[in-house]
Write a protein that binds this ligand. Structure first.
Ligand SMILES: [Zn+2]
Length: 154
């Protein structure tokens, strides 16, 4: 009977095999613990920030928060603050989602493995973006595919 490792080995293409045997490209348990802690700390920070932003947005006196925008500026200030608050929340929630996905990959033992090509993501890249789910090559390819559209401008 073949063990899972043997079966997996049989299905690896040469590039994946290189990535798995190259020590520079595979994470040690210590490194995984390090990233787990960093991701965890970042999540607590973001959740705190989201709570604070939500609490702040519930306060009615927007002008005070902006430091005396004056009577005529109140409406504009309120609208500006709402926009800022929304942008902050959207950004934070997006990051929390990335973190949750990284936690799932950690739990599944798939952390640091590119979701597109299955290669190991380089330590340097994970160090810069602990929630990275793609290797640099796949990320760049993806960004090229998602080049600004003439219709949406994004
Ligand atoms: Zn990849």
């Amino acid at each position: 009977m073949m063990c899972i490792g043997t079966i997996r080995f049989l299905f690896l293409n040469p590039a994946e095999h290189d990535a798995m045997t190259n020590p520079e490209n595979s994470l040690t348990q210590k490194q995984i613990t390090h990233f787990t802690q960093r991701i965890d700390a970042r999540k607590s920070l973001l959740l705190d920030e989201i709570r604070q932003v939500l609490a702040r947005s519930k306060k009615e006196n927007y002008a005070d928060l902006l430091g005396g925008a004056g009577d005529s500026g109140d409406a504009a200030a309120a609208s500006l603050l709402r926009d800022i608050t929304e942008a902050e929340i959207i950004r934070d929630v997006g990051e929390v989602r990335d973190i949750a996905a990284a936690e799932q990959r950690l739990a599944a033992g798939e952390y640091g493995v590119c979701i597109d090509c299955g290669s190991a993501i380089r330590y340097k890249r994970l160090d810069a973006y602990p929630t990275a789910k793609r290797c640099l090559a796949c990320q760049e390819r993806r960004e090229k595919l998602q080049a600004p559209s003439p219709y949406t401008g994004r």
